[in-house]
Design a protein around this ligand. Structure first.
Ligand code: FAD
Ligand code: SF4
Length: 413
């Protein structure tokens, strides 16, 4: 299977799909969201048998679109057209609802999450790291220990296909030097990356090309080298018979395990939504799995609760959120050029590895340093304001092309 093939079907066809006559359900399992949670659930449940030996009908409902290599934004100018902003209370959406980047702007915390078939895997850095033992000192469900999870980590790593970067870009060399200075250890500490470094097929049989080191992973891999979920778990789910629908924004769910569940949804694309006028008929599923990410699933539960869904622990729902990182570091006045970011004007087919495999001409030196540990929002904002006054950061103000606006954007991301 090549990754230029579509895995998904347009969600609008659901408006014309009645539940099956035999049991009055559209599907046996509806999975909301196609990030890691949804994709793994779909791959594991698809192909199983229901009572009576019938193949389980597994449907994945994803809010965003499907992107194949070549369809991701390439230039800074393309990014604005791929941004979806959610802000205010009650939450309002502006920008392009089906855009690749879902920016959640809050009073104290803002976050960026992926929006598309494959969720965060489309835009994340693809670093595969196991949690440290200390993480499990927090109260987790009793059976979730590091040892109990070991075989599952191995199976996920096999599927996601991690490998270490085979060449040494200047930025990595600089970080390795810095790490050695901090603790004196010379050991190789390169993380595994969910990236293909030699042409070949993923465990789900999707053909991938070797990474060219362009550094564009964060805006989507146009080269077919990043091991995103559509290349592994979602491709497997599809091969096992799951149906993946895109452009469906789930609003709420109602019902129970005995009588089944009803899913209230809208079409994400404004034009398609307008064409249908009123709300499309609800979907009926025997079971529902919410895997729409920390924001998405919580939003669905809050709306479901307001519409009468019982059995939700109301006192904790939507509380105790935290960000997944509390450190930002960048370097200022470096003694050598570290090529901190990708060069926006370079076509994705250009191989950045250089003949020696050591050189990394992707991007130019950036002169920004913000080094903060466990930064609170105000401190971070002040630091960026200071850097901005010094002319180091300004991703949004139009600049002459040679100034490398895209590079600055990468530099602060
Ligand atoms: C820039 C960036 C870099 C990152 N780098 C790393 C890294 O290097 N290593 C690492 O381990 N983690 C990284 N992460 C984090 C990682 O990607 C997330 O933890 C992971 O994607 C979460 O998986 P999930 O299934 O919970 O949700 P997501 O992957 O966010 O998937 C949720 C899906 O649900 C969809 N959805 C949301 N609401 C609805 C709705 N109402 N109806 C239908 N569908 C909906 C969304 O469109 C999305 O596709 C990074 C994240 C970002 C943003
Ligand atoms: S080819 Fe570029 S975008 Fe794709 S994985 Fe390699 S560095 Fe990332």
């Amino acid at each position: 299977m090549a990754r230029t093939e579509w895995l998904s079907e347009g969600g609008e066809k659901l408006a014309f799909t009645p539940p099956e006559e035999r049991d009055n359900f559209h599907c046996d399992v509806a999975i909301v969201g196609s990030g890691y949670g949804g994709a793994v659930a779909a791959a594991r449940l698809a192909g199983r048998e229901e009572e009576g030996g019938r193949l389980s009908r597994v449907w994945v409902l994803e809010r965003g679109h499907e992107f194949v290599p070549g369809a991701f934004p390439e230039r800074f100018a393309d990014l604005i057209g791929q941004a979806r902003l959610t802000w205010g209370e009650p939450p309002r959406v502006s920008g392009r609802p089906e855009g690749l980047f879902d920016l959640r702007l809050g009073d104290d915390v803002s976050a960026l999450v992926g929006n598309g078939l494959g969720g965060g895997s489309l835009i994340n850095a693809g670093v595969l790291a196991r949690p440290l033992r200390e993480v499990f000192r927090e109260p987790w469900p009793r059976d979730m220990t590091l040892d109990a999870l070991e075989p599952h980590f191995r199976s996920a790593e096999r599927m996601l296909g991690g490998g270490k970067l085979p060449h040494s870009p200047a930025k990595l060399r600089a970080l390795e030097k810095l790490a050695t200075r901090i603790d004196g250890r010379q050991a190789d500490r390169r993380a595994d990356l969910a990236v293909t470094f030699a042409d070949g097929a993923t465990p789900a049989g999707v053909q991938q090309l070797a990474c060219i080191g362009c550094g564009d992973c964060f805006t989507g891999c146009n080269h077919g080298a990043k091991n995103t979920l559509p290349t592994n778990y979602l491709a497997l789910a599809r091969r096992r018979g799951a149906r993946l629908f895109t452009g469906i924004t789930v609003l709420s769910v109602g019902g129970n395990d005995t009588d089944g569940w009803e899913i209230d949804y809208r079409f994400t694309d404004r034009q398609i939504a307008r064409r249908f006028g009123e709300a499309p008929p609800k979907l009926r599923a025997k079971r529902v799995i919410l895997a729409a990410g920390a924001y998405g699933s919580t939003g669905i539960l809050l709306r479901s609760q307001r519409r009468g869904l019982k059995r939700i622990s109301a006192s904790q729902l939507g509380k105790r959120f935290s960000t997944n990182g509390d450190m930002i570091a960048a370097a200022y006045a470096m003694p050598e050029t570290i090529h901190a970011s990708a060069r926006e004007e370079t076509a994705p087919s250009h191989d950045h590895r250089g003949q020696s495999g050591q050189d990394d001409p992707a991007g130019e030196a950036t002169e920004l340093l913000v080094g903060l540990h466990a930064a609170d929002g105000l401190l971070l904002r002040r630091a960026f304001q200071r850097a901005h006054r010094r002319g180091c950061v300004d991703p949004l103000r139009p600049q002459p092309r040679s100034d490398g606006v895209g590079q600055r954007l990468h530099a602060i991301s």
